[in-house]
Design a protein around this ligand. Sequence first.
Ligand code: PLP
Length: 284
Amino acid sequence: RVAYVNGRYVPHREASVHVEDRGYQFADGLYEVVAVRGGLPVDFALHYDRLCTGLAALQIANPLQRAAWIVVLRQMIQRNRVRDGILYLQVTRGVSPRNHLFPHGVMPSVVITARPGSGPSAESISVGVSAVSVADIRWRRRDIKSVSLLPNILAKQQAAEQGAYEALLVAPDGTVTEAGSSNAWMVNASGEILTHPVGHDILPGVTRMVLIRLARAAGYTVVERSFTLEEAKVAREVFVSSTIAYVMPIVSVDGVKIGEGVPGPLALALRTLYVGHVAGITPA
Ligand code: PLP
């Protein structure tokens, strides 16, 4: 395996950055996870747009031109022989003696890794998984895909220790913002599909955006409206979406059975639409 570190392809086990990288010291950086299917990046354009928006918000210069990003990602897929798997991209403000203020004249650091993998098992999708609620203690710019993931780590660890797959993150007013590493959705009694609107409160998931488009095109009603934990517990269906898991049905929340306690028809329909979308991906 090889990793890409600041313009060089290096053996993965030797890949490293400097101890004074601001990503390491301050979590002063961003990341993206892009799925690879059939040797091609899935929805690179959407991930790239989000990366550029985040870089601009943090005033970090984009270290590579768009075409160069595409070349490097293609190289990483080929050199690591990834047919199905993921690319991890990280950009930090760079290496400089520790000081909170932005350094001057420093090049951002770029790290890219690639690994094979095919996402959650067919069994977990056919049976569904459980979630538990955890207080959303994150900062107020969750739209920025920052490498600072401590609250997400703590939430997902807590969920795992309770035997659950995901953590539904709940704001002080009872609203489910999203999940530990995915966006959250529910289907209400009228059959409307609800998910939290974009803004500063959630990460604008690429999978979320594509699913909304696919679902509406297929005639489903999707409403970008937030819902509470209490609403989720009496929902017909609950599911989460992400680059890695696509659409994952949630069949219990805090031990409360959702619907019939089996993956719901809309979650499975959206998953099928998304699998079809991914199968139709063409080179960037
Ligand atoms: N929300 C959070 C907090 C995430 O970490 C992720 C993915 O890692 C998502 C949502 C889903 O985003 P995407 O569909 O772009 O993978």
